[in-house]
Design a protein around this ligand. Structure first.
Ligand SMILES: C[S@@+](CC[C@H](N)C(=O)[O-])C[C@H]1O[C@@H](n2cnc3c(N)ncnc32)[C@H](O)[C@@H]1O
Length: 313
């Protein structure tokens, strides 16, 4: 593309060139990356490229594309950060450098969570700890039209992104937001389901990881020297915010599953289960609290706290 700037390039020629270039540079999904970036540069949906294969791409559009290609290859910026968009659970989400790019394996967490919400019309109260872009909270609110979700995060910047996503998807009236660490914003309330995809990488793991991760917030990735620190704290406190028979589901790294299942049993949780992701790796630990929990007001947050304020941004 750069050597022959004067020639005419069609959509299909650019796609082939980018795919080859990305493959040579060792990117994991060269064709998909090429399609996403070209569609973004042309201001169209990815599938529309296939209807416009022979269309010439003008120099102005190619100039924007060159910059995207450079940042993808040289700086290893994730495609979702270059386009500002990522699809999760078929929902188009805005993503910025302030949030984790939602991962396909997190859809397993959504599936397990939905198993705790069997009645499609149920008025369940849900807590999503560490919501990031809002991916899990919004997928659940989208699937169950009467649930109410409190989505929390330690990062105010992430909450702003999640709140904008809730508004864009028309879910802001049922998804509220609160800043704080782990279960702290939820204390004093009871939920039918607590779900979380917390940071679970060990701090010393960063050296061997994909360079793309350097563009995501460290706060979204690393939990401490061991990796299970936040998972362990969550498990230890979750019974305090669960209603009787309430469910709990967390995402984790495959090699953490047995340990976290052990934390759940030690905390007195029941029905402890490990669910694999689509690649067959242990990905989600779930459990239920069976004890009679004392009554506490459910989700006062949506009336009193940030739901209305942040959702209306
Ligand atoms: C792995 S990301 C998950 C984001 C989103 N739920 C998803 O699945 O795409 C973890 C999120 O937890 C947040 N976080 C980190 N430490 C936290 C803490 N102590 N309490 C609450 N949230 C925390 C991060 O800011 C980040 O948004």
């Amino acid at each position: 593309m750069s050597a022959n700037a004067e020639r005419t390039w069609t959509v299909v020629e650019l796609l082939r060139w980018m795919e080859g270039h990305f493959r040579e540079q060792g990117l994991d999904s060269p064709r998909l990356d090429a399609e996403c970036l070209l569609a973004h540069a042309l201001g169209i949906e990815r599938l529309e490229l296939y209807l416009q294969f022979d269309k010439p791409v003008v120099e102005e559009e190619r100039a924007g594309l060159r910059e995207l290609v450079r940042r993808r290859v040289r700086d290893r910026v994730p495609v979702a950060q270059l386009t500002g968009r990522k699809e999760f659970w078929s929902l188009p989400l805005e993503v910025t450098g302030d949030v984790l790019v939602p991962r396909p394996e997190t859809e397993t967490l959504v599936e397990v969570a939905l198993g705790f919400l069997p009645d499609r019309e149920g008025e369940y109260e849900i807590l999503d700890v560490g919501t990031g872009s809002g991916a899990v909270a919004l997928a659940l609110a989208h699937e169950r039209k009467k649930v109410r979700v409190l989505a929390t995060d330690l990062s105010e910047a992430a909450l702003a992104v999640a709140s904008a996503n809730a508004t864009r998807l028309g879910l802001a009236d049922r998804v509220g937001f609160a800043a704080g660490s782990l279960l702290e914003p939820a204390l004093g309330r009871r939920f039918d389901l607590v779900v979380s995809n917390p940071p679970y990488l060990a701090e010393n793991e960063s050296a061997g990881l994909a360079p793309e991760l350097a563009h995501e917030p460290a706060m979204a990735l690393y939990a401490g020297p061991d990796g299970v620190e936040l998972l362990e704290s969550l498990v230890a406190g979750v019974a305090d915010v669960l209603a009787t028979s309430g469910g709990f589901a967390v995402e984790l790294a495959p090699d953490q599953a047995e340990r976290v299942a052990g934390f759940c049993r030690a905390a007195g949780l029941e029905d402890v289960a490990i669910t694999p992701d689509l690649a067959g790796r242990p990905r989600v630990v779930s459990a239920r609290v069976k004890t009679e929990n004392e009554e506490a007001p459910k989700n006062a947050h949506l009336d009193e706290a940030s739901g209305a304020e942040k959702g209306g941004e």
